[in-house]
Design a protein around this ligand. Structure first.
Ligand code: CP
Length: 361
């Protein structure tokens, strides 16, 4: 095995905004306890990922530390995914999720069967997703699927015996987006995973978790960091942006929450603002909560950060891109490494890691 480490992978493409060292820190320097507990990550071997709730707080913590290693070190020469094939089956448009998963696999020397447009499969001729799943069993080692229909993952799993990663299902969930969100946030505030550090973040959500899958998965993962979160404020045009299931999850976590349509009142108090506007409605898209717009003149708290899963419309003005509030580019770029970490675990290749990756049994 080649143990040489070279320039880190992220140097190739990450262009941090000006004055944003805090937002684009050197990942490996972040954590007091850098050792990655291999035993926790071994629990992900051959697992499917359908919901943010499929991860324990422990697994998220170890995945984040592992991703920080992958972002800091050059490990592609260890060929971690050599001989593995990932099938990316996208029945709905994507820029970041498909390309970052494919980049993650290719940079680790795995191979891809890429279906960027579901209508190129037999589904166009009436084939069922159950039958497509049965075929995929013979072609690859893992399926990464996005679909406009919320029940599509359940349907393909009736025929599929490979692990599957939900890359966004209708109005359901987008669990690996939540991993990317929390990877960016934990790099910004490593105290989130330090049991000895005090932290009390005020989260704000501009959007509708009941209809926006990325927002829902972000929120479900937030509940796993309940000890570090003071409160969550939902700012939405909807009278009930949460729905009963999400309300019950927040109540069970014991986190204070407020629902409001008054952005101006709450914005100056928030440490983290998660925003989104595009939602799927069947085969089409629409914008929701789009009256809530942020730009460089918005009354943001000093030090506050903005997350957005992207794509954006006009709710997130480009004037913020060069500001210290921009955590959304770190969120998008870091997705490659957190997805690499997850793929290595699911595909059982932790044993290929060079010794510079601080795994402990
Ligand atoms: N964040 C996200 O899901 O982006 P894409 O729709 O481009 O994949």
């Amino acid at each position: 095995m080649n143990r040489k480490i070279g320039p880190n992978q992220s140097q190739r493409f990450t262009k941090p905004p000006e004055d944003s060292e805090q937002l684009n820190p050197e990942p490996l320097k972040l954590f007091k306890n850098k050792e990655i507990r291999e035993q926790v990550l071994l629990g992900l071997h051959q697992k499917s990922v359908l919901s943010a709730n499929d991860f324990s707080a422990e697994q998220i913590t170890e995945l984040v530390k592992f991703a920080a290693s992958l972002e800091s070190l050059e490990i592609s020469k260890a060929h971690p995914l050599d001989g593995k094939i990932a099938i990316t089956a996208f029945f709905e448009a994507s820029t970041r999720t498909r390309c970052s998963f494919e980049s993650a696999v290719l940079r680790l020397d795995g191979k891809i069967i890429s279906i960027p447009e579901g209508s190129t499969t037999g589904v166009k001729k009436g084939e069922s997703l159950e039958d497509v799943g049965e075929m995929f069993n013979a072609y690859g080692d893992l399926v990464i699927m996005r679909h406009t229909a919320t029940d599509a993952i359940a349907r393909i799993r009736q025929g599929l015996r490979l692990p599957i990663i939900n890359a966004g299902n209708g109005t359901g969930e987008h669990p690996t987006q939540a991993l990317a969100d929390w990877y960016a946030l934990i790099k910004w505030r490593p105290a989130l995973i330090d049991p000895d550090a005090a932290l009390s973040l005020k989260l704000g959500i501009l959007g509708t978790p009941g209809s926006m899958r990325a927002v829902k998965s972000f929120l479900l993962m937030a509940l796993k960091f309940r000890d570090k979160i003071d409160s969550v404020t939902f700012i939405s045009e909807m009278a009930d942006p949460l729905g009963d299931e999400i309300k019950e999850a927040i109540r069970s976590a014991g986190i204070d929450y407020t629902v409001s349509n008054d952005m101006g009142k709450h914005l100056p108090e928030l440490d983290v603002i998660y925003m989104n506007s595009i939602v799927c409605v069947g085969e089409n898209y629409t914008a929701m909560d789009s009256s809530y717009k942020l730009n460089k003149d918005s009354p943001l708290k000093e030090g506050a950060v903005i997350l957005h899963p992207l794509a954006r419309l006009d709710e997130l003005d480009r004037s913020l891109d060069d500001s210290p509030h921009n955590l959304y580019f770190s969120q998008a770029h870091g997705a490659v490494f957190i997805r690499q970490a997850l793929l290595i675990c699911i595909l059982g290749r932790l044993n290929t890691m060079p010794r510079e990756v601080p795994l402990v049994p």
